[in-house]
Design a protein around this ligand. Structure first.
Ligand SMILES: Cc1ncc(COP(=O)(O)O)c(C=O)c1O
Length: 386
């Protein structure tokens, strides 16, 4: 019997080593990893520059607490703020914690409690972020949620207008809904939301936990749409696998997060900060980000060529290297077949195969992944026809 709470539907693979886009399991079988630890290892597994930064920090000190001055936290904050076009940063340990901080900050700064979020959104597993999440299955059995949130359909301008008012503290959204099925927001939808926030004095909070740190070919996905959020949250890709989250805010919010107003023992710990600085220095380079867009377009085109005509493939969509293949059925069995054939991918919602390869993925690796996907999906097609 396992001593673990069985909170995860685990796969049959136990990793032994991983490097770049590849993983080898304890039986010696090699896999192409198109999950990046769920959008975390954006530079691939064990990137050299992050390893070196972490080893240097390990040889200096591990933990001292946030009571000490930290020029390294300052540097990480400066990198994040600069690239986001914002001013203030609070470091947490995870995506949910970053969103929790954003929700607290939005409520405190506006003196209001109502926050609009979206159906099919995902914001985390703490009580506030679970409440913010627009998916019933995440909340099942936990009793009454925080009353702060109202949920409206994504990409539905009229629904947002109807929910909006002087009592709204914030609109909180993902630019691409990740867990909910790779749904990309429209420019018009985002423009209207920004205008509504300005009209009613509400804050625009963008959850970039999955979309941020170069995943979509910009440092943050909101930058594809020219948005100017008040608060942005980041986590996953920020530490290349070392746990870290961040609340990034505009200067005007600084006064609401003063001494004693929020905190975390481990938030911004030296090891994760060292990893984050090295990660950001590698990812936030123009050529690196342009390559992500080129690779994303290449992968989507290849997938369209090979899979687009299959009758059960409804849509292939994405932004940068965050790509979804929407099918007409639950894709879990297809994912299992892909793993058996050496390709690890994710599910988003019930019917979407989600690809989150590392941003450093090679063309040859994308070709190999497309070839495995094509052979398994074609087999599936033949089975349906037979
Ligand atoms: C958009 C988004 N927000 C928040 C979270 C929660 O992050 P974490 O699991 O680090 O708490 C996730 C995780 O998948 C996410 O995709």
């Amino acid at each position: 019997m396992s001593n673990l709470f069985q909170t995860y539907g685990r796969w049959e693979i136990e990793p032994a080593t991983a490097s770049g886009s590849w993983m080898t399991d304890v039986c010696g079988k090699k896999y192409l990893d198109f999950t990046s630890g769920i959008g975390v290892c954006n530079l691939g597994h064990r990137p050299k520059q992050v390893e070196e930064a972490v080893l240097t920090q390990l040889n200096q000190y591990w933990h001292v607490s946030n009571l000490f001055t930290s020029s390294k936290q300052e540097k990480a904050a400066q990198l994040l703020a600069q690239v986001a076009g914002m001013d203030r940063v609070f470091f947490a340990n995870s995506g949910a914690e970053a969103n929790e901080g954003a929700i607290k900050l939005a409520r405190k700064a506006t003196g209001r409690t109502k926050i609009i979020t979206f159906i099919n959104s995902f914001h985390g597993r703490t009580f506030a972020t679970m409440s913010a999440t627009g998916q019933d299955k995440i909340k099942h059995g936990y009793g009454p949620m925080l009353e702060t949130f109202v949920y409206v359909p994504y990409n539905d301008v009229e629904a947002v207008k109807n929910a909006m008012g002087e009592d709204v503290a914030a609109i909180m959204l993902e630019v691409v809904q990740g867990e909910g099925g790779i749904h990309i927001g429209d420019q018009e939808f985002f423009n209207e939301i920004e205008a509504l926030c300005q009209k009613y004095g509400a804050l625009l909070v963008i959850d970039e936990i999955q979309t941020g740190i170069g995943r979509t070919g910009k440092p943050f996905a909101f930058q594809h749409f020219g948005l100017q959020p008040d608060i942005v949250t980041a986590a996953k890709g920020l530490g290349s696998g070392f746990p870290i989250g961040a609340v990034i805010g505009k200067e005007k919010l600084g006064e609401y997060f003063g001494p004693g107003s929020h905190g975390s023992t481990f938030g911004g710990n030296p090891i994760s900060i060292a990893a984050a600085i090295a990660t950001m220095e590698a990812i936030f380079q123009r050529e690196q980000l342009e390559e992500v867009i080129e690779k994303g377009n290449y992968l989507i085109n290849q997938l369209n060529d090979q899979l687009g005509k299959l009758p059960f493939v409804h849509d292939i969509r994405g932004l940068g290297l965050m790509i979804g293949i929407e099918c007409s059925f639950n894709v879990a069995p297809v994912l299992a077949e892909l793993r058996k054939n050496g390709l690890i991918v994710l599910q988003a919602g019930e019917k979407v195969i989600r690809l989150l390869p590392p941003l450093t993925v090679l063309k040859s690796e994308m070709d190999e992944a497309v070839q495995i996907l094509t052979s398994i999906m074609q087999k599936n097609n033949d089975a349906v026809k037979a």
